[in-house]
Ligand binder design. Sequence first.
Ligand code: URA
Length: 434
Amino acid sequence: MNMVDIITKKRDGEELTPEEIRFFIENYVKDRIPDYQASALLMAIYFRGLSRAETFALTEAMEFSGDVEDLSDLPGVKVDKHSTGGVGDKTTLVVAPVAAAAGVTVAKMSGRGLGFTGGTADKLEAIPGFRTRLEPAEFHRQLEELGLAVITQTGSITPADKKIYALRDVTGTVESPGLIASSIMSKKLAAGSDGIVLDVKCGSGALLKDLAEAENMADLMIDIGRKAGRKMVAVISDMSQPLGRAVGNALEVEEAVQVLKGGGPEDLRQLCLELAGEMIWIGGRAESFEEGKETARQVLSDGRALEKFRQMVRRQGGDDRIIEEPERMGSSRYSRDVLAGRTGFIAETDTREIGRASQHLGAGRLRKEDEIDFTAGIRMHVRIGDFVKEGDVLATLYGADSRRLEEAETILEAAIRISAEPAAPPKLIQKIIQ
Ligand code: URA
């Protein structure tokens, strides 16, 4: 077996065997296949696609390319949650403590920001002192004693995905359904939970632009998970505008805490109840999804979820005083309002561009080695469907560099379209697949 034959076979539209896929993964991880051959194969896959059988084989080869977590010694059903990535998506900060407060063990490995999308690990690190890296023994102990830990993925899990993702990022091969599904599911399967709730985002601020694409992706990931013996649920949710009002790390932690206190923006609260309800149900702490959602509502309103969040923050070294005093996460040197250029209805937002503006302000990385400015970001003041008058404030920008604030203002002005015609607000929960 050799790489040239494998590349040529895929280029000509033939199906690769599981052995050929394993050959590629095992040798690429060991640096025995050069990046130019791996890139050629990825581009052939991008154009020819992957069959279900190829996607299963690729997921499995990547899952076992490094260590896999064994959580079987922990009692009960362990549940994980994954979002395909969006702008202002801080749901993990809410749903993980809500599900844990309801008795589900939540062992969550989270990623960092990727391009225009934010990452939960970066958000948590906006809390002074918070450690997202725990040794395996400490991770296990915390799960045993608290039922909740949110950490970054350790370097030894799915090294194949890490290497291939970095290559896809720079070779124009990210947007391929089979590659996305196998990348996400290999990490989730290796992380060891028994159940996985997927939040598949769809719209201008997501990798998947329309409902049909999102449904295909959800169906594919559910199929992969069930074949591996996991309980799977997917929620397809709208990402045609940022979720909630805050975009940027410290701003998002503050907003998540508002929801944990029983307030916060309605869309964020609604999606969190949906996802947490599913987690509680597949985690065996409710007879039905409806009962799971009701339990989620209860632990939010009686303060148990907030208390769980506080315990996790303390346990992972963070300063829990940020719950009462969010200003302890710092504040930006500059702020700037983005004003409406005309009177009318908010018709559309280019959410990817809003994410890009936030990244430009310092909330995300432009290069891998960049430091994040945790206080940078955007507060949105309008939603699709709102009526605004010329001069009203559409958004407020925060950052440490006044020139970048001006540039971000230009991006935002172009990203928020105002129309004379009334516009209907998008439906937040587009579909649930149980
Ligand atoms: N998130 C991932 O982890 N992998 C992808 O390929 C896309 C989004």
